[in-house]
Write a protein of this length. Structure first.
Length: 44
């Protein structure tokens, strides 16, 4: 059980880091936040 909690935490940390990296790339190259990008993906 402890292993699955650690795995869940590791996956959560990884996803969080990937989202922050994606946000930095979008802001730097396209002047667009990740949240706004996702709204445009859903609408478009």
């Amino acid at each position: 059980m402890n292993h699955s909690k650690n795995l869940g935490l590791e996956l959560h940390t990884l996803v969080s880091r990937l989202e922050r990296a994606g946000d930095r790339i979008l802001r730097t190259e396209h002047h667009l936040s990740y949240r706004r990008f996702m709204v445009l993906v859903m609408v478009g």
